[in-house]
Design a protein around this ligand. Structure first.
Ligand code: GLP
Length: 251
């Protein structure tokens, strides 16, 4: 596991942005796995800037998002479809038929999960999967207890996750109780994983991701076993990680 220590959120986002741009430039048909939440917002604005400067084109890129709430359609501001359009897709030259998100409005959610997984298999493998880190160690919406063998599936959201995400809604009662998430096995098949972590409130989760035994009770711990993980974290997020981890400062 490679640890890149960034000074702050801005620097973390820029490093992630340059790694993604480099990947897109080097590959004829790049496949990206994308995350939502607060953490990758600045990464996406940086990608838009690089596109506007003519440094990168997304014409040949395909994307797979990690997750989507059940019951929110694309017009709802809190759906991840809406988020992705607003924060990235509407501002770059990524063809819409190369964008993939689970469909939380599907009349047959189980079938949608199977279809999504098949699409990942057909278009993939995912070259770089961007991940955020949940306070309870979730990756995507894979909550504690999710089998490491899981594929795209329907998730009952943990109360703590609904509480953490209530800040985007008018109240916790508005936060959906279910989501569709790419499974842990699906995530682990990505060639490279970029885990972005920012802020002191994530320090304990980041410490545990690196130190706890690999266990389904802390889903992100599985990343210890992936052969190509780069963690890009800012100083506050790394505040509980001892120097002996050999984190590499990029400043
Ligand atoms: C959310 C998302 C995850 C995200 C994580 C961290 O609930 N489903 O994909 O990575 O939790 O979110 P944030 O970046 O807002 O802290």
């Amino acid at each position: 596991m490679q640890i890149l220590k960034a000074k702050d959120y801005e620097e973390m986002s820029k490093i992630a942005c340059s790694l993604l741009v480099e990947h897109i430039q080097k590959n004829d048909f790049p496949v990206l796995g994308l995350a939502t939440g607060s953490t990758p917002e600045k990464l996406y604005s940086c990608l838009i800037e690089e596109y506007q400067k003519g440094k990168v084109s997304f014409r040949n890129t395909s994307t797979f998002n990690l997750d989507e709430y059940v019951g929110l359609d694309s017009r709802e501001a809190n759906s991840y479809q809406f988020y992705m359009k607003e924060k990235l897709f509407d501002h770059i030259d990524l063809p819409s038929n190369q964008i993939h998100l689970p469909n939380g409005m599907s009349p047959d959610l189980e079938q949608d999960c199977l279809d999504y997984e098949n699409q990942i298999q057909e278009v993939g493998p995912i070259g770089i999967q961007v991940l955020g880190l949940g306070l309870n160690g979730h990756i995507g919406f894979n909550e504690p207890g999710t089998p490491f063998t899981s594929r795209t599936h329907i998730v009952d959201l943990a109360q703590s996750t609904r509480r953490a995400n209530a800040r985007f809604f008018s109240g916790i009662e508005e936060v959906p109780t279910q989501a569709i998430s790419m499974g842990i096995a699906s995530i682990m098949e990505s060639r490279k994983i970029l885990l972005l972590v920012s802020g002191e409130e994530k320090a304990e989760a980041l410490y545990q991701m690196m130190n706890s035994e690999v266990s389904e009770s802390f889903p992100a711990s599985i990343l210890q076993t992936h052969p190509n993980v780069t963690v890009i974290a800012d100083e506050p997020a790394l505040s509980k990680v001892p120097v002996s981890y050999g984190e590499k400062s990029v400043r």
